[in-house]
Design a protein around this ligand. Structure first.
Ligand code: PEP
Ligand code: MG
Length: 348
């Protein structure tokens, strides 16, 4: 009875917060001092694209394509993938659809693509490393993405890039498949924007080299935190060490936005950190241009952005860059968020 009562209360509180956020949905994501913030959604299947506009997002910042593979008995070939990407691109057009190439491995496993048992799967044969070797699978996906780019505003990004060599190999393969499609007279967007996830510390550190060759970055804080702090993101026993506001993370994000802006490209954050209303001011203050979050989190994040001044976000970031304690940085973030948008936190 007590449990039912408590959950009933939670349901009521959630409904009342949703009511309060409803007005925000169609309003722009602009700070009180006029800074435009791009808010996009993370999706996991093509059909999710339908709800993106309904929650007030300006496109998709991360389409996790591995679920197309996980949810099928056999690997989806080029045609099946093309149909999925095209339907999402058409549903969103002219809003962008950022398709991430296969991020298999680590926590994302597939029955029909057996991976060897590894001592450290998160450090192993995964994501872009897998695709650079399994060239047939990569080819089918790249062709499907390129073909879909003829039908909407499609961007492509590579996961788990750990350095320049991997990026150069991946982009060379894209060029090969572009040439192939040209020869076959199959249309695609010649100017498709290509970006990379910054989710390894090495990528953040060499982000200058990567930025020169790319059109955008998307910081994957879920993995960036795991790899930088050496804390398995799935391990409850060490969850207390998984600290998004760790000074090392703050500095890596800052290094990434600075490198990107030096080369005139934009930076999104698509890890869970972006959807945490307590942390988004810090990200914006560190120079992040776009937040890509799961669709239900778009309204609360937008609600907060609309009550924030960039000057406050910048002071918070300056404090964080100077601070030596994750807990202190988190404390400051919480104080600011609660001060400017208290109603978001009433139930917490
Ligand atoms: C991330 O690592 O932050 C990310 C968005 O990728 P995923 O959670 O799919 O690994
Ligand atoms: Mg990741």
């Amino acid at each position: 009875d007590q449990t039912l009562f408590e959950y009933g209360q939670l349901i009521q509180k959630k409904a009342s917060l949703e009511d309060r956020l409803r007005d925000t949905i169609q309003q722009p994501a602009v700070t009180l001092d006029g800074q435009q913030v791009t808010l996009t959604a993370n999706i996991e299947q093509a059909s999710d694209a339908a709800e993106v506009r309904a929650v007030g997002a300006e496109g998709v910042g991360l389409f996790r394509t591995e679920y197309l593979f996980i949810n099928s008995e056999t690997p989806p070939g080029e045609e099946q993938q093309y149909k999925a990407y095209r339907s999402a691109a058409v549903a969103l057009d002219p809003l962008p659809l950022t398709i991430r190439t296969l991020d298999l491995g680590g926590d994302k496993l597939m029955a029909h693509i057996p991976l060897p048992r590894e001592m450290n799967p998160f450090l192993g044969w995964r994501a872009i490393r897998f695709c650079l070797q399994e060239r047939d699978i990569f080819r089918e996906q790249l062709r499907a993405i390129l073909r879909a780019s003829a039908q909407g505003n499609v961007k492509m990004m590579f996961p788990m890039i750990s350095g320049l060599d991997e990026l150069l190999q991946a982009t060379a393969i894209v060029e090969e498949h572009k040439a192939e499609l040209r020869n076959e007279k199959i249309p695609f967007d010649e100017n498709i924007q290509i970006g990379a996830m910054i989710e390894t510390p090495s990528a953040a550190i060499v982000s200058d080299s990567l930025a020169k060759r790319l059109k955008f970055f998307s910081i994957g804080t879920n993995d960036l935190i795991q790899y930088s702090l050496a804390v398995d993101r799935m391990n409850e026993k060490i969850a207390h060490l998984y600290e998004p506001t760790h000074p090392a993370i703050v500095r890596l994000i800052k290094a990434t936005t600075e490198a990107a802006h030096r080369h005139g490209i934009k930076v999104s954050v698509c890890g869970e950190m972006a959807g945490d209303p307590e942390l988004c001011a810090l990200l914006l203050g560190l120079g992040v241009d776009e937040l890509s979050v799961s669709p239900p989190l778009i309204p609360p994040v937008k609600f907060l952005v609309r009550r924030l001044k960039m000057s406050e976000a910048k002071s918070l970031a300056e404090f964080a860059l100077d601070c030596e304690s994750a807990a202190e940085i988190l404390g400051r973030c919480q104080v600011l968020a609660r001060q400017i948008a208290p109603s978001l936190f009433e139930n917490k």
